[in-house]
Design a protein around this ligand. Structure first.
Ligand SMILES: Nc1ncnc2c1ncn2[C@@H]1O[C@H](COP(=O)(O)OP(=O)(O)OP(=O)(O)O)[C@@H](O)[C@H]1O
Ligand SMILES: [Mg+2]
Length: 354
C-alpha cells in the first residue's frame, strides 16, 4: 500500500559545502497525513523532491509501499505532487489540465471524463471545467491543482506549500477542505509547510525539521506538550515559548535567585521554558509590564522581569503598561532544557491546559 519509508537518507548538492539532508529516518504510514515543518532552508522541499524522484538521493534508500523506488523515475513511483505555484498549463482548460496526466498514460477518454467529472463535483469546480486557469481565483486554481493530482489516483500525494499563495481567509478555508478531502480519500499524504499553525491543524503527525535533521516526529498534541528539545519548543506555538536562564541546585530550580520548584535533575545551568498561555499572575518572579497588545478577547503582555523578558498571553486585559506585577511561571506546564549542543528537554512539570 502507500506507506513511505525514508531509510537513512542523505543529500548533498554538489554546489553546497555541507550535506543539506543529514541522515533522515521517517516512516509515513499508509493513509497517514504527515506534515514536514521547519524554518526556511531546513530541507523540506529537498526531502519531498527526493520522495518524488525529482532529486537524486546521495545516500540511503526510499521505499513506497514495498518497493524500493530509490532509482525509479518519478513517473514510475505512483505519486502525485501539488506545488506551491500549482503549475497549471495556462493555455489549457481546467478539463484538459486535469486530463493531461491521464492522457499521457493512455487512459481512454470516456474513463477520463468520468473521473474528472466526479472529482470536479467533489471539489466544487465542476462549472469551471471549460475555463482557462487565468479566469479563476487563487482558491479555484488551487482546487484544480489538487483535482489534477486526485484523478491520477496515486498511492501517495506530495504537497509543497500548496496554500502559500492564498490570502489568509482562503488559506484557512482550503486547509479545512484538504483535511476533509484526505479523510474522504484516505491516501497517504506528505505535506510541506513552514507554517506551524498549518502543521498543527492538518497533520496526523508532524515531523519538525531543522538544518537537515528531523528534530521530532509526533502528533501535534505531543509536539506541543512534550517538545523533544528547545528548537521544537520554540518553533511550535505562537507567541513562542519563553526561555529564561535557570539554575538547578540541590534539586531546586532558581530563576534570578528565586526558588520556583523542586525537580529531579542534575545540578547545573538550564533553560527554563514556559509558554505565554501558561503564565499566570501570582506569587513568583517580579516584573514590570512594558507593552500590552490587544487581540480581541485576549491580550499579549511583554513583561520585563528579574529573570528576563517574559511574554504572557492573558484572557481579557488584566494588566496595563508600566504596571508592577508578579508572575507565577510554574502554575501550569513548564520545562527545563539542557544548555548543551542538543538542548534536550530533560524535564516538564505541571499540568497542561491543552
Ligand atoms: N538545486 C539546489 N542546488 C543547490 N542547493 C540547493 C538546491 N536546492 C536547495 N538547495 C539548498 O538546500 C537547502 C534546503 O533547501 P530546501 O528548498 O529543501 O529548503 P526548504 O526547507 O524547502 O525551505 P523553504 O521553506 O524556504 O521552502 C537550502 O540551503 C538551499 O539553498
Ligand atoms: Mg521549500
Amino acid at each position: 500500500m502507500g506507506r513511505v519509508l525514508l531509510d537513512n537518507v542523505y543529500k548533498k548538492y554538489p554546489t553546497q559545502p555541507d550535506y543539506t539532508i543529514k541522515g533522515i529516518n521517517l516512516e509515513i504510514k499508509d493513509g497517514e497525513f504527515m506534515v514536514l515543518v521547519g524554518p526556511s532552508g531546513c530541507g523540506k522541499t529537498t526531502t519531498l523532491r527526493m520522495i518524488a524522484g525529482l532529486e537524486d538521493v546521495t545516500e540511503g534508500r526510499i521505499y513506497i509501499g514495498d518497493r524500493d523506488v530509490t532509482e525509479l523515475h518519478p513517473k514510475d513511483r505512483n505519486i502525485a505532487m501539488v506545488f506551491q505555484n500549482y503549475a497549471l498549463y495556462p493555455h489549457m482548460t481546467v478539463y484538459d489540465n486535469m486530463a493531461f496526466g491521464l492522457r499521457l498514460r493512455g487512459v481512454d477518454e470516456e474513463t477520463i471524463r468520468k473521473k474528472i467529472e466526479a472529482t470536479a463535483k467533489m471539489l466544487g469546480i465542476y462549472e469551471y471545467l471549460n475555463k482557462k486557469p487565468r479566469e479563476l481565483s487563487g482558491g479555484q486554481r488551487q482546487r484544480v491543482a489538487v483535482g489534477r493530482a486526485i484523478v491520477r489516483e496515486p498511492e501517495v500525494f506530495l504537497m509543497d506549500e500548496p496554500l502559500s499563495n492564498l490570502d489568509a481567509k482562503l488559506r484557512v478555508q482550503m486547509r479545512a477542505e484538504l483535511v476533509k478531502l484526505h479523510r474522504r480519500i484516505g491516501a497517504t499524504t506528505v505535506y510541506v509547510t513552514h507554517d506551524q499553525v498549518e502543521a498543527m491543524t492538518m497533520g496526523d503527525r508532524i515531523a519538525v525539521f531543522n538544518l537537515g535533521v528531523i528534530q521530532q516526529v509526533a502528533s501535534p498534541e505531543e509536539v506541543y506538550n512534550k517538545p523533544a528539545n528547545k528548537f521544537v519548543a520554540g518553533f511550535i506555538g505562537s507567541p513562542a515559548m519563553n526561555f529564561l536562564d535557570a539554575k538547578v541546585e540541590g534539586g531546586r530550580v532558581y530563576l534570578a535567585g528565586v526558588e520556583l520548584a523542586r525537580v529531579n535533575v542534575d545540578d547545573g545551568e538550564y533553560w527554563f521554558g514556559v509558554r505565554p498561555e501558561h503564565v499566570k499572575l501570582g506569587k513568583g518572579v517580579k516584573g514590570k509590564v512594558d507593552i500590552v497588545e490587544l487581540l480581541g478577547g485576549e491580550s499579549i503582555a511583554h513583561i520585563d522581569t528579574d529573570a528576563g523578558r517574559v511574554v504572557v498571553k492573558f484572557m481579557g486585559v488584566p494588566v496595563s503598561a508600566s504596571q508592577n506585577v508578579e508572575l507565577n511561571l510554574t502554575g501550569n506546564r513548564w520545562y527545563l532544557f539542557r544548555k548543551d549542543e542538543d538542548e534536550k528537554c530533560v524535564f516538564f512539570g505541571g499540568k497542561s491546559e491543552v
